[in-house]
Design a binder for this molecule. Structure first.
Ligand SMILES: Cc1cc2nc3c(=O)[nH]c(=O)nc-3n(C[C@H](O)[C@H](O)[C@H](O)COP(=O)(O)OP(=O)(O)OC[C@H]3O[C@@H](n4cnc5c(N)ncnc54)[C@H](O)[C@@H]3O)c2cc1C
Length: 293
């Protein structure tokens, strides 16, 4: 196996263009597991760790641009206020060791339906910045997942960063597993409410994990809830609306029976998580005085 080490972003793109079969490695918390378990032996590894351009994040207007090398630990410590949904999901990833090495870009690269980064990225409308020597492509996260552990990157492309809108309202993430830490999701759910005065506001975002071949949004549930919430009047959450929202979220999924859980359990759990996270989010929305105008 060849080991290629890029020192700059330009060099990384050149190496990937020359060797499109090379497997990029960032934290290595997925790549090394696969190699150690002999699930495949890449012809070459392309180490991105020395690439300084990937290790930062910046705020660009309403958007946060998270470099591909930013770890979960840093997302939690540095971005919890502006990206609360993503930070909550990051807190549930693995153990401190995994959170100190693992990255959101690695989660996207692996594209496991159970990856915890996906639901909050879907709910807030994230965009993947993919780059090659041919140029930059902005891929909405909702279009990024193309199948089980498959994504929309071309063979010569690398993820440079993930762009995520700064939260414009409450966000929550919920994950069901067999224990509280070091657990792959049986299923997971994220919600983001945008109650701001922006043109695209009064929007509900959702993301479902581990309950279909790819992470996905519950589009009908989003539209239903956005039309039912009393954004301006600030009434309490109608229980019937919450119940219907849960039902529509469960209906958007396509779960299977597997070693981690049964399809029927996943559907039930999704409806519960949807209702519960909506309750928390709406409570925060009202408490922030958002409904009083
Ligand atoms: C013990 C343990 C516990 C775990 N627990 C969880 C958990 O609770 N939740 C969860 O979601 N995941 C979990 N994982 C999986 C893993 O930690 C995450 O998927 C993590 O986000 C991977 O990031 P990484 O930087 O380590 O990726 P890597 O292993 O370096 O790479 C992962 C994939 O992404 C590709 N890749 C990496 N960087 C780029 C780039 N810049 N451009 C293009 N492709 C790229 C790689 O080629 C590879 O296909 C766990 C893993 C372990 C070993």
């Amino acid at each position: 196996m060849d080991f290629l080490r890029a020192r700059t972003w330009a060099e990384a793109l050149e190496l990937k263009a020359e060797r499109p079969e090379a497997t990029p490695i960032q934290g290595g918390t997925d790549v090394m597991v696969e190699i150690n378990l002999d699930k495949g032996r890449p012809a070459a590894l392309l180490d991105l760790n020395p690439v300084g351009e990937l290790t930062g994040w910046s705020r660009e207007g309403e958007w946060i641009r998270v470099g591909a090398g930013v770890t979960y630990a840093r997302l939690i410590d540095e971005l919890g206020e502006v990206l609360p949904g993503l930070a909550q999901a990051s807190r549930t990833v693995g153990s401190p060791q995994i959170r100190n090495r693992g990255t959101l870009a690695g989660n996207l690269g692996a594209a496991s339906p159970a990856g915890d980064g996906h639901p909050p990225l879907l709910a807030s409308g994230g965009i993947v910045e993919a780059e090659s020597v041919r140029g930059t492509r902005l891929i909405p996260v909702a279009e990024f997942y193309t199948g089980v552990k498959r994504n929309a990157l071309a063979p010569d492309e690398l993820i440079r960063a993930v762009r995520v809108p700064a939260a414009a309202g409450p966000q929550y993430f919920s994950k069901i597993g067999t224990r509280n830490a070091m657990v792959i999701a049986v299923c997971s759910f994220a919600i983001a409410l945008d109650g701001s005065d922006r043109p695209e506001a009064r929007r509900v975002g959702t993301g479902i994990g581990s309950a279909a071949p790819t992470p996905l949004r519950a589009v009908a549930a989003e539209a239903f809830l956005a039309g039912e919430l009393d954004w301006a009047g600030g009434s309490a959450l109608d229980e019937e609306v919450a119940r219907r929202f849960g039902e529509l979220v469960a209906a958007a999924a396509a779960p299977i029976d597997d070693v981690r859980g049964r399809a029927a359990y996943r559907s039930h759990a999704l409806a519960v998580m949807a209702r519960r996270t909506l309750g928390w989010a709406w409570h925060d929305y009202l408490r922030a005085g958002r409904g009083a105008r």
